[in-house]
Design a protein around this ligand. Structure first.
Ligand SMILES: C[S@@+](CC[C@H](N)C(=O)[O-])C[C@H]1O[C@@H](n2cnc3c(N)ncnc32)[C@H](O)[C@@H]1O
Length: 348
């Protein structure tokens, strides 16, 4: 999975990652500026909670096409000029191909780039990552009749096939909960957890906001041992994720219990967990727009409304998990975990 996604020559993210309507999958920022606009309010609040620092870091990890950072900085400049004035934006990105797209989307902005968070340390401000944890390789463990096995990939008759062997690391045996049924699968991502620890170490003070699809351990156990690794190409599920590695995306649902454990183990405090729907509503995503004054305006308002409803869809993007951590920073009173806000509400 790691090679299929990140091989320096042929990995999907290295050589052909295509995000957006013309690509292989859509993410929330692709649906228009609403997502970035709502999140910029959270960023403004984090900045206020840190005591309105005259300069602060705003770091996006795994920025895809750079659309979210662009929308976020744009709204911050309009709605929170004081916060925008001292912001030091930066992106942590491993894909040279996507880094080029980000530079294009953010042309004219002074922005730092790094491939690891450590290079930006000490980070004083906010780090956020949308749909990045799901892009880390996982180990797939299987509860066999004779103990825990791991899924490896072998070649048979010129095709890639799954084979079961002893786990590649003894610790992996301990990762699979007792309640996974015989024959059932469980996925673990030490890579994602290690990455998180790196961010936690680089953050000297501030917040980390993670948004992704997945569930807590209880939610994943409810799948009765069905694994979640899957591939996407051109907005469709790939039938055989092992076929033609590097030509399509590969992903796995995030285990947010493991993520929380790793973050807390790395010195972060859990601030809150919610759904994308509730967080966006709390951040005023549905607030009224000005009365359309002509047919074009009406069309824009209609398409914006439908984008907002897609972002809030409780069976789709709205069900994504939002998890927030703090380090040396206040944990109370943040409205992203509060009730939905009425139009015109002023954020602190
Ligand atoms: C599924 S895409 C999401 C992109 C973007 N956040 C969005 O919402 O459209 C995953 C992103 O994470 C990046 N990525 C993967 N592993 C990474 C790592 N270890 N460090 C930083 N970025 C990484 C990928 O290159 C890509 O930009």
């Amino acid at each position: 999975m790691e090679a299929a996604l990140y091989d320096p020559a042929d990995g999907y993210y290295t050589s052909r990652a295509a995000i957006g309507y013309e690509g292989d999958f859509l993410t929330s920022p692709d649906l228009g500026p609403t997502f970035g606009k709502a999140l910029s309010r959270a960023m403004g609040e984090f900045w206020a909670a840190l005591g309105h620092p005259p300069s602060w870091d705003l770091v996006e990890a795994g920025a895809g096409r750079g659309v979210l950072m662009r929308d976020l900085l744009g709204t911050l400049g309009r709605e929170r000029p004081e916060a925008a004035r001292g912001v030091r934006p930066a992106i942590v990105e491993v894909s040279p191909r996507l880094r080029d797209q980000q530079a294009l989307a953010l042309e004219g902005r002074e922005l730092r780039y790094a491939s690891v968070a450590r290079a930006l340390a000490p980070i004083d401000g906010v780090v956020f990552a949308n749909e990045v944890l799901d892009a880390f390789p996982v180990h797939i463990l299987v509860r066999g009749t004779d103990g825990v096995r791991e899924v490896f990939v072998a070649v048979e008759d010129g095709r890639f096939v799954e084979v079961l062997r002893a786990p590649s690391h003894p610790d992996l045996r301990l990762r699979i909960p007792d309640t996974v049924p015989a024959g059932g699968r469980w996925e673990a991502s030490p890579a994602a957890e290690g990455w998180l620890a790196g961010i936690a170490a680089a953050l000297s003070r501030g917040y980390l906001l993670l948004i992704d699809y997945g569930a807590d351990e209880a939610g994943l156990l409810a799948r009765s041992g069905a694994g979640t690794v899957r591939g996407y190409a051109r907005h469709r599920l790939v039938e055989d994720p092992l076929a033609e590695p590097g030509t399509h995306d590969l992903t796995a649902s995030v285990n947010f219990t493991a993520i929380r454990r790793a973050a807390e183990g790395a010195g972060l405090q859990h601030v809150g967990t919610s759904t994308q729907r509730d967080v966006l509503l709390a951040l005023g995503a549905r607030e009224a727009v000005a009365r359309p004054s002509g047919p074009l305006d009406l069309l824009r308002a209609t398409s914006r409304r439908s984008a907002v409803e897609t972002l809030l869809d409780p069976r789709g993007l709205g069900a994504f998990v939002v998890m927030c951590f703090a380090k040396e920073a206040p944990q109370d009173g943040l409205s992203l975990f509060g009730p939905p806000r009425p139009p015109g509400h002023a954020y602190p």
